[in-house]
Design a binder for this molecule. Structure first.
Ligand SMILES: Nc1nc2c(ncn2[C@@H]2O[C@H](COP(=O)(O)OP(=O)(O)O)[C@@H](O)[C@H]2O)c(=O)[nH]1
Ligand SMILES: [Mg+2]
Ligand SMILES: [Zn+2]
Length: 177
């Protein structure tokens, strides 16, 4: 699920609009955190193993401390100029939450897909799978002849095709295969 934090600092409206087509469940948190929001978050996490993933400084550990006060995860300051956080929690920690686990991570500056095959990247775009059916065998979905161009136009999926191609291109030159 997508959890948008710090809605007290800026409206989450535009970010929500960008992600809405993915059909992910979305929740928005803010400071002060309304009790209703907290119980929604708790309901989503309960009985599951959840990993909080996001850039340093977005508020993961703050949320962990609210959900599991005895966790005492250290919370970092955000650089007022760059808006970025420092990696205050330097290790991932799993905390029992109800019958499940909540895993706080140190956060990340970025990640690459060099270790993921192109096929796996395409698989993650399940909504485009139908469009790849008419592709030539071994299509890299980046070259002329790829059936996705026509399919995306017809199904108003151009933005999704752009996303797929950005990810596929970001792998170029880094691929192990
Ligand atoms: N304004 C605002 N600040 C927040 C919110 N949640 C966390 N913070 C602050 O953001 C900074 C980084 O939080 P932290 O939990 O350490 O982020 P992490 O790196 O993702 O674990 C801290 O100064 C928090 O107090 C929020 O909802 N609103
Ligand atoms: Mg943290
Ligand atoms: Zn193709």
């Amino acid at each position: 699920m997508l959890l948008l934090t710090k809605a007290d600092l800026a409206s989450p409206r535009r970010v929500r609009a960008v992600y809405r087509p993915l059909g992910l469940p979305m929740l928005t948190t803010r400071r002060p955190l309304p009790p209703r929001t907290l119980s929604r978050v708790r309901n989503v996490l309960t009985g599951r193993i959840s990993v909080l993933i996001g850039q340093s400084g977005v508020g993961k550990s703050t949320l962990v401390n609210t959900l599991v006060p005895e966790a005492s995860r250290s919370v970092g300051a955000v650089n007022p100029v760059t808006g970025r956080g420092r990696h205050t929690s330097s290790s991932a920690v799993a905390l029992p939450l109800g019958s499940g686990w909540l895993i706080d991570t140190p956060g990340l500056r970025g990640f690459g897909l060099g270790h993921v095959s192109a096929e796996r990247v395409v698989e993650a775009f399940g909504d485009l799978a139908e469009g790849t059916a008419s592709c030539p065998p071994g299509c890299d979905h980046l070259s002329e002849g790829c059936a996705l161009d026509a399919w995306a136009r017809e199904h108003h999926a151009e933005a999704r095709l752009d996303s797929l191609r950005r990810l596929l291109r970001s792998r170029e030159g880094t691929s192990p295969d």
